[in-house]
Write a protein that binds this ligand. Structure first.
Ligand code: FE2
Ligand code: FE2
Length: 393
C-alpha cells in the first residue's frame, strides 16, 4: 500500500483554501481501485487538490482504515456494489453513514450506476475522465455526508425531545386521571352515605365490574368506562327524595315511578362530564334487561353496550347480597340461583357465566366478608354455581 505525498505544486498553494472541511477526516480519502496505475493517478490528483489520499485494493485493509475514523470519504469502483449484500458501499451506509462514498464508473455503466445514488453512494465519477470533475464531486459528496450526519443528529435530538414530552404528558394525564377519579369517588361516597346501609354500594359495584372486565378480557379503555359507569350508576338518586330513597317499606306505584327516573337523571348529569360519555351509557343502562323488558330505554341484547350489561350484573349482585332499607340480603345460594334463573332473560348470559366463576372470591369486597366466605365455600352452594348447560345450537 502506498501513501500519497504532497507535491511541490500542492505545497505552493494553500490547501485549506480548497478544502474547507468540518473535520480533518474530510481531507482524508481512501481510494479503492484494482488497477494500480489508475489508483496512483487518482491518489496524485487528489493530493494536488489538497486531499490526503491513500490507495488500496485489499478489502480487509480498507475496512481497517475506515474503522480508525480518519477517513471522510471512499472512492471505489462501482463493481463493489455488485458483491454480496451491496459490498463495501452498503456496509458503509449501514455502519458508517458519516463517510461519503463516490463510485468510479465506466461510461457504459453510468446510467445503471445512477440507481445507487443516494442509497449506496453520494455521487459518481466517470472513468477515465474523472480528473475534470474530481475536485467538485469529492466536495459535493463530503457535503452530502455532513448533511446526512446533521440530519441524523437532528432526528435523534428530536426523538429524545419527543420521548421526554410523551413521558411528561403521560405523567400529567395519569395525575389528572387520579385526581378525576378521586373527585368522582368523593361525589359517589356522599351519595352512598345518604343511603346509610348501602354505604359503599357504588364502590363495590365498580370493583365487581372491574373484575368482570378483566375476566372478559376487555380493552383498558372499555374497562375504564365500565369502572366509571359502575361507580356513577346510581348518581341520579341524588334527585330522589329521602322519603322514597330511604323508605323502610315497599314503594307504591307512584314512588316506583319516581325511583325509576334515577338512571335518566344520572345520565343527564354524567354525559356532560368530560371523558364520561361511555360511562353515561352504563348509567342509563344499568336497569335495562337482556330481554328488552327493562327501563328506561327498553333496549334488548346487544343493543345495550357490553359495559352497561356488565354494570347491570354487578349492581344486581351487590343489591341482592347486601341489606337494603326495605329488605334483608338474600342468602348467598338464593341470589346465585336468581342470577342463574335470570341468565338470558334479565342478564347477559356471558356476563352471568363469568360472574359465577368469579364471585366466590369476592368476599374481600363484601361488607360481611366472613358470612360471604362461609356460604360461598359451603358444599351446598357449590352445586348452584355451575352455569346451566348451554342450549343446543
Ligand atoms: Fe340503580
Ligand atoms: Fe345500584
Amino acid at each position: 500500500m502506498r501513501t500519497s505525498s504532497r507535491s511541490a505544486r500542492q505545497e505552493a498553494r494553500p490547501a485549506l483554501r480548497v478544502v474547507q472541511s468540518a473535520s480533518p477526516a474530510d481531507r482524508r480519502i481512501l481510494v479503492i481501485v484494482a488497477d494500480a496505475s489508475f489508483r496512483e493517478t487518482v491518489v496524485r490528483l487528489l493530493a494536488l487538490d489538497g486531499f490526503e489520499a491513500r490507495g488500496t485494493v485489499e478489502r480487509q485493509e480498507a475496512l481497517a482504515c475506515l474503522e480508525t475514523g480518519d477517513f471522510g470519504l471512499v472512492l471505489c469502483e462501482e463493481s463493489e456494489t455488485g458483491t454480496e449484500g451491496g459490498g463495501l458501499p452498503a456496509h458503509l451506509r449501514r455502519e458508517r453513514p458519516e463517510i461519503g462514498v463516490v463510485l468510479l464508473v465506466s461510461e457504459e455503466r453510468a446510467e445503471q450506476a445512477h440507481l445507487h445514488v443516494p442509497a449506496l453512494a453520494d455521487d459518481l465519477l466517470l472513468k477515465p475522465r474523472c480528473r475534470d470533475d474530481l475536485r467538485l464531486t469529492i466536495h459535493r459528496a463530503l457535503a452530502q455526508a455532513r448533511l446526512r450526519i446533521e440530519n441524523r443528529e437532528l432526528r435523534e435530538s428530536l426523538d429524545l425531545e419527543g420521548e421526554r414530552h410523551v413521558r411528561e404528558l403521560s405523567r400529567s394525564v395519569r395525575s389528572v386521571e387520579r385526581a378525576y377519579r378521586l373527585a368522582l369517588e368523593s361525589l359517589v361516597a356522599a351519595l352512598d352515605a345518604r343511603e346509610g346501609e348501602t354505604h359503599r354500594h357504588s364502590r363495590r359495584v365498580a370493583e365487581y365490574a372491574g373484575r368482570l372486565a378483566d375476566a372478559l378480557g376487555v380493552s383498558e379503555g372499555e374497562k375504564r368506562d365500565m369502572f366509571h359507569g359502575a361507580l356513577l350508576h346510581d348518581l341520579g338518586k341524588i334527585g330522589i327524595p329521602d322519603s322514597i330513597l330511604l323508605k323502610p317499606a315497599p314503594l307504591t306505584n307512584d314512588e316506583w315511578r319516581i325511583m325509576r327516573s334515577h338512571p335518566r337523571l344520572g345520565y343527564n348529569i354524567v354525559r356532560g362530564l368530560p371523558g364520561l360519555r361511555a360511562a353515561a351509557e352504563c348509567v342509563i343502562g344499568h336497569h335495562e334487561r337482556w330481554d328488552g323488558g327493562g327501563y328506561p330505554l327498553g333496549f334488548a341484547g346487544e343493543e345495550l353496550p357490553r359495559a352497561a350489561r356488565v354494570v347491570a350484573v354487578a349492581d344486581a349482585i351487590d343489591a341482592m347480597s347486601v341489606r337494603r332499607p326495605y329488605r334483608d340480603p338474600l342468602p348467598f345460594d338464593r341470589f346465585v340461583a336468581e342470577l342463574v334463573q335470570n341468565r338470558g332473560t334479565q342478564f347477559d348470559p356471558e356476563v352471568v357465566d363469568v360472574a359465577l366463576q368469579l364471585f366466590r372470591g369476592w368476599a374481600d369486597l363484601h361488607p360481611d366478608a366472613q358470612a360471604w366466605r362461609e356460604v360461598a365455600e359451603s358444599a351446598a352452594s357449590h352445586a348452584r354455581f355451575e352455569p346451566p348447560a348451554r342450549e343446543a345450537a
